[in-house]
Write a protein that binds this ligand. Structure first.
Ligand SMILES: Cc1cc2nc3c(=O)[nH]c(=O)nc-3n(C[C@H](O)[C@H](O)[C@H](O)COP(=O)(O)OP(=O)(O)OC[C@H]3O[C@@H](n4cnc5c(N)ncnc54)[C@H](O)[C@@H]3O)c2cc1C
Length: 473
């Protein structure tokens, strides 16, 4: 049996569907004015999905400004000696309906992902043996039943955005899991969640991590039961190639960092002035698809925006491509407590025929490069492997989130109430969690909410309802 990153697999489709969006969000849409001038800032998953959705809805004047010389943002496929290594997003889970819809529409080939295991106490286990050795399987089954009940109690987890979530979902995941008796289930995927850079259960409000956990546990259980056919997926030519193809169908300006956005209201309408290379251009609307914590550098912040953006927390997530030997194919290192910050949280080898590995680390502020690279060597040695030359290292400002206290004070209600004010729309990871799917799904839903004409279904031939077309490597 081929063992894969199957805990990403889930057959149940998310209900980020057109019907759920239609009923709850259609009340305050704009009327279609195909000549509306729209500026999108950022050519990552959210910006390109927003622009693509608007174009499908019939809008013609959309310009995407991207400060880098490539699209994708945190989807970053690095080429080394003719082979692609993902130094940003890697895996597509089965509920990624928006992403699969785009992949189908643009004929992007996908492949099934590779084997993965877990490292605990310096020992490598494949996933089944990890579960059997370190988890109480009977307790896990009971916890699973509670987990399914919990999902029924909080259907908002599957809706775009966070403004209407129950207050209990603001609790840090450790407390939420205790309250709803789902600790075994959350522990099952703890090293996966930290390995993917999503911080630590002790500090992150449950609502963020619960956007992804339901997708990861199903596959874990199927692995445990010895069922076959469970695969996470990847993009054959690198995930960036998908966003490149989508960008090629749009008007994307590269090396076009926006340095100033000035918003005003003149003669009864919003005017948004976007400055790039010292040159201002006027638009009717701006979609902020650059990280909102970075938008502080160029946006003429209103008081409320200043207050809200100042509350965003992020992690420093470092990804290192290195020459290595004798390491497991892909492993999640059990570094799941906040006091373990700085250690390697995962290793991956994207090509079985190459001795090249990727190390993932959550880093404390102020750590030196020497110190953090040394930790990779130590983690590799602990597994009986080695870390040689560093090929490329990428630092990410990752996973924007706000604290339980700020959530209780109505953070997302306040942020969502600003959508459309001063001709400004906010998309990106803060709005719906840091994955390609959640950012793309939210961007699509927001554009539909505000810009779709009355009979939305007629304009929805691009809805992501199809199953992925996946080819073995
Ligand atoms: C190491 C890593 C692994 C990951 N693994 C996965 C995974 O396996 N599966 C998954 O689903 N997700 C994964 N993610 C998360 C996923 O990549 C992101 O959530 C998603 O790509 C975010 O898209 P975005 O468009 O919201 O933001 P971004 O990708 O950050 O895009 C923002 C864009 O704005 C641009 N920009 C910023 N400032 C300006 C400016 N002033 N002017 C113009 N442009 C500007 C940036 O250059 C960037 O291109 C991973 C991310 C990382 C870093």
């Amino acid at each position: 049996m081929q063992r894969t990153w199957s805990f990403m697999k889930e057959d149940v489709r998310t209900d980020l569907s057109i019907s759920s969006i239609h009923s709850s969000w259609m009340s305050n849409r704009r009327n279609l004015d195909a000549s509306l001038k729209v500026a999108v800032i950022g050519a990552g998953a959210s910006g390109l999905t927003a622009a693509h959705t608007l174009r499908k809805l019939g809008y013609k004047n959309i310009v995407v400004f991207e400060k880098e010389n490539r699209p994708g943002g945190k989807v970053f496929s690095y080429e080394h000696k003719g082979r692609v290594h993902e130094l940003g997003a890697v895996l597509l889970a089965d509920r990624y309906v928006t992403v699969y819809g785009l992949a189908d529409e643009f004929n992007i080939p996908l492949f099934t992902a590779n084997e993965i295991g877990v490292v605990r106490d310096k020992k490598y286990y494949d996933y089944e043996h990890y579960i059997l050795k370190h988890m109480n399987v009977v307790g896990l089954m009971g916890s699973l039943v509670n987990f399914w009940r919990m999902q029924h109690k909080f259907p908002e987890i599957r809706q775009p955005g966070f403004s209407k979530v129950h207050k209990d979902l603001h609790l840090p995941l450790t407390e939420f899991a205790k309250k709803y008796h789902i600790e075994s289930v959350t522990q099952l995927v703890a090293s996966f969640m930290t390995g993917c850079g999503y911080g630590y259960y002790e500090e992150i409000p449950a609502m963020y991590l619960l956007k992804l956990i339901p997708q990861t546990i199903n596959g874990s259980l199927r692995l445990l039961l010895g069922l076959s056919g469970q695969h996470g997926n990847g993009v054959t030519n690198g995930w960036q190639s998908m966003w490149q193809t989508i960008a090629d169908s749009l008007d994307v300006r590269y090396n076009a960092g926006v340095t100033r956005v000035s918003r005003s209201h003149r003669e009864g309408r919003d005017v948004v002035e976007i400055t790039v290379h010292g040159q201002p251009t006027q638009f009717d609307v701006v979609v902020l698809a650059a990280p909102l914590e970075a938008a502080r550098d160029f946006l003429d912040l209103r008081e409320k925006e200043k207050e809200l953006f100042a509350k965003i927390n992020t992690y420093h997530y470092a990804v290192t491509l290195f020459e290595g030997k004798d390491l497991p194919h892909a492993s999640l290192v059990d570094s799941v407590r906040p006091d373990m910050i700085g250690k390697v949280v995962a290793f991956a080898r994207h090509h079985p025929d190459l001795d090249l590995y990727t190390a993932y680390q959550l880093l404390p502020e102020g750590v030196s490069e020497e110190e953090s690279i040394a930790k990779i060597g130590q983690a590799a040695a602990a597994l009986g492997g080695t870390c040689g030359a560093i090929i490329h290292r990428k630092h990410w400002r990752y996973f924007p989130w706000v604290s339980q206290a700020d959530l209780n004070a109505g953070y997302y209600g306040d942020l969502e109430s600003l959508q459309g004010v001063h001709g400004t729309y906010y998309v990106g990871s803060l709005m719906n969690f840091e994955t390609v799917e959640t950012t793309a799904a939210y961007a699509k839903a927001l554009m539909v909410k505000h810009f779709a004409p009355a009979d939305i279904r007629a304009f929805w031939p691009f809805a992501a309802t199809s199953r992925p077309s996946i080819h073995p490597l």
